[in-house]
Structure formats: structure tokens, C-alpha cells
Design a protein around this ligand. Sequence first.
Ligand code: DGY
Length: 323
Amino acid sequence: MRVYVTRQLPGDAVDRLRAEHTVEVWPEDRPVPPALLRQALREVDGLLCTVVDHIDADLIAAAPHLRVISNYGVGYDNIDVAAATARRIAVCNTPGVLTEATADLAFGLIIAAARRWWEAERLVRERRWTSWSPTLLVGQPVARRTLGIVGLGKIGRAVARRARGFSMEVLYTGRRQPETEKELGLSWCSTLEELLRESDIVSLHVPLTPATRHLIGREQLALMKPTAILVNTSRGAVVDQAALVEALRARRIFAAGLDVYEIEPLPDDDPLRELDNVVLLPHIGSADTTARLGMTELAVENLRAVLNGRRPPACVNASALGL
Ligand code: DGY
């Protein structure tokens, strides 16, 4: 069968795939131009794509033989799952293998934003550091503060585990999870508003869906403490970025740490770039060697399983397809 892979991937799983199928890999380190992707999809049975490839209903309709879309990432908001399901195309993702990497990055952003590492790093590099000072770059404490987790899935729980090492009180909202509460000593908030009011640090771990788009907007930011920190490693559009810029500019919250944006890459003239109370990373939550190899293995295995008539290990529309 024919397979198209939209990026070169670390590890040798794609080479192993070549032993079974005819595989074409887009050789460049930039997204496949939409017209080329559309052309490639006319022929293929399997697609291995990344979270920057927009696989919409129109593209799916232009892929008559397609049986599986295997996404290199846990989030799959880049794929029209309903359109794929209607065509009985399996949509697969890579949960689990990037949990620790993303939680590490979220926790790093918490500390970096709270302790103003971005400003501090610039001070040293730009040779503006003149002396130790009792008032130099004083930030917010992290240990023993209250962390609010929005979205207590695998990554949210992994962040909560890290917070225990910092003796933090951890709140969460969403579906109640009594076992996890007991295991990790968490407290449940019945509403997002309550969590935002109580937390010193808020970390977002929800998938992007119509219900979570702009979950954090002007009203929600207004509920946060003036000393609070917002960290987003989920999807940019979970936060109303214009409202966040306003809140940061007016110092209505202390700082933010962002790995994801409403538009990626962040446009050159984005006002976030001008603010000193935000740490900006280029969507690298899962970018450690273990996670990336795990993602390759799982994405390839998902694809192989569907093409070889087996149940894929991680399929988001498995029940709709009766897999
Ligand atoms: C994901 O997995 O959804 C990330 O955004 C990319 O690793």
C-alpha cells in the first residue's frame, strides 16, 4: 500500500515501514505546501501527518483510498475527525509517550515565568547586569503556592505530580476524579471561576475543541490574582490571546509562560513579543529525545495496524468505526 509522511521523523520506524509499504516522505523541514499534499493524498492509503498539517473535510474528500490518518501528536484539532469518520478513515494520535516531556516543559515555564528567567537571561546576555541587588528581578515564589490545573488528563496529572515535590496545593476542575484526588492530594473546584480566583499559578491542559476555544478570555483573566501566572502548553486558541496581551500589558496578572499560540509560528509583529512579563517558547512541549522517538514508534504502529487490518493502539474514532 502507499503511505505519505509529511515530515522526516527521528528513529528508524519509518524505514521499517518501507519494508511493508511504498512510503514517500516529504524531505523538507517545513510543512508540505497544501497543493502538494492534496496531490499526494490522491494516491495514498495511509497518511502520517503532524499537528501543523490541516487535514480538513475538503482534503479528505480528495483522498479516495485513504484508510488511516496517523497524527504525530496527542492533539488532533488539526484533523476533521467527523469527516474522516464519515468516510470510515481511522484517525490516530500519540497519547502517553509525550506526557512527561510536556509536563516537564509546563513546569519549566511555571518557574521561568514566576522567577522572570527571560528578563534575567537577557540582562546577562545584554551586559546590563551591574551588581547583585536586593531588588533585582524579584519574582513570585513557586514552592508552597497554589497551582490550578485546568484539564486533569495524563499531562495535567503529570504536572500535579511534579507540584507535590514543590509542596504546592493543587486544585483542578472538570470531571471529578476521586482516585487521583486521593493519590496526589488534589482538591476539586466545581467551577473554573473558583479555580482561577484561588490559584497562584494556572496551567492549561485541555484539548482544543469548540467548548475550550477561548476558555480563558478577558472575564476569566480578570478573576485571577494580580500576582498570578498563566501557563499554556495545550493549544494557543484555548486562550484569547488579545485578552491575554491586554492583561499582561496592564499588569492585571504577573506573568505568563506560553508554548503555543493562536497563530503559529508567532507572527513577527505579534504584541506578545514586546512584553517583558511573558516567556515565549516555540511549541516544543514534546521535544525531548524519548518523547519524539516514542511518538514516531506509536504513529508508525498506528498506521501499520490499520493498513494491516489490526486494531491501532491509539485511535480517536475507534468506537465510531467499531475497531
Ligand atoms: C501534541 O502532541 O499535540 C503537541 O502539540 C505536539 O507534540
